[in-house]
Design a protein around this ligand. Sequence first.
Ligand SMILES: *Cc1c(COP(=O)(O)O)cnc(C)c1O
Length: 404
Amino acid sequence: MEQPIAVTRQSFDDWMVPVYAPADFILVRGEGSQVWDQQGKSYIDFAGGIAVNALGHAHPVVTAALVEQAGKLWHLGNGYTNEPVLRLAKQLIDATFADKVFFCNSGAEANEAALKLARKRALDKGNSSKNQIVAFNNAFHGRTLFTVSAGGQPKYSKDFAPLPGGITHTPFNDLAAAAEVINDQTCAVIVEPIQGEGGVLPADPAFLQGLRELCDRHDAVLIFDEVQTGMGRTGELYAYTQYGVVPDVLTTAKALGCGFPIGAMLTTDELAKTLSVGTHGTTYGGNPLATAVAGAVFSIINTPEVLEGVKQRHQWFLDGLNKINQQYPIFSEIRGGGLLIGCQLTQDYAGKAKQITQLANEEGVIALIAGPDVVRFTPSLIIPEQDVKEGLARFARAVARICS
Ligand SMILES: *Cc1c(COP(=O)(O)O)cnc(C)c1O
């Protein structure tokens, strides 16, 4: 066998399109909520690959599902259906409001499908001017041109103009402002139940309820982007059940495959008809390898043990973070749901979230940011108590350093 090519962090700068600025070490192995770098240093993983690795690393049941399917059938193309995709569709349908599922490979693609569905549905009804989409400031829906335009952070879209038109943004959690712009020309409203990338900002229940009523009144499709809140992240399979507001379309990805790329758009029978044969698709969508993995993931996450465990772990994090904050007051608010937790930095530490996560890396813990002023935690839903304690102890050392 040929020797593998020697790679270091410098190789990234040498060979990769520089859209990312990764940490200055390379992780090579993971088990549960611990990962190790090339030098053998261990880290507690409080990021879970940005809310993706909901069962940690190398979960034995998920790995077994992958290996088993890998030996059977990887891919067919959508001219042929397969068993794992149909089983996963049934699991999702039985557990949610949905009657039909469209599979794709990422969150952005799931949202792209949702927005296209909404546009076509209005057109099919004979209303060619009913094409307006309402979205919210600070939202994040992905990086395709359509979804990045629906997102409410112009820094991500402005360089790619001309952008798809017909999208209006209003302030998140401001129902009156939304009511101003939602009318009979609106085909869709897209919203995250908790804005993740935007800073871990939960929607007010009255806001989502109000959007539901406005969509009903104006025959618009209500899309919940649950790419980050989904698959048990908030302690329910999907956050919409906590809000008691049922969307027309729900998008899910991230934790759905726990690291194997997969996304899905869930909807009702009535809306699904819009996307008739040939109107939309993607080569890998519903591929047997991805759906076999997601099926195993689903059967573990959608259990009372795991979902109740998320609520318990939320409390462990809150207790630990509050304790750190008593000793070193750097957070003005700790918010979010389940294991999607955001810590807002005080004025004194504004802009320092990245620096804090870098110090955390040095201390042996991996955390995320959600904008420049929020430290975010999205660990495995089954992270052991010992790892939570050890990770928070390491994080406390990082906080002590930023305060000194
Ligand atoms: C991550 C994310 C997306 C984009 O998902 P990709 O898989 O990166 O395309 C969309 N919406 C929300 C809410 C997300 O958190």
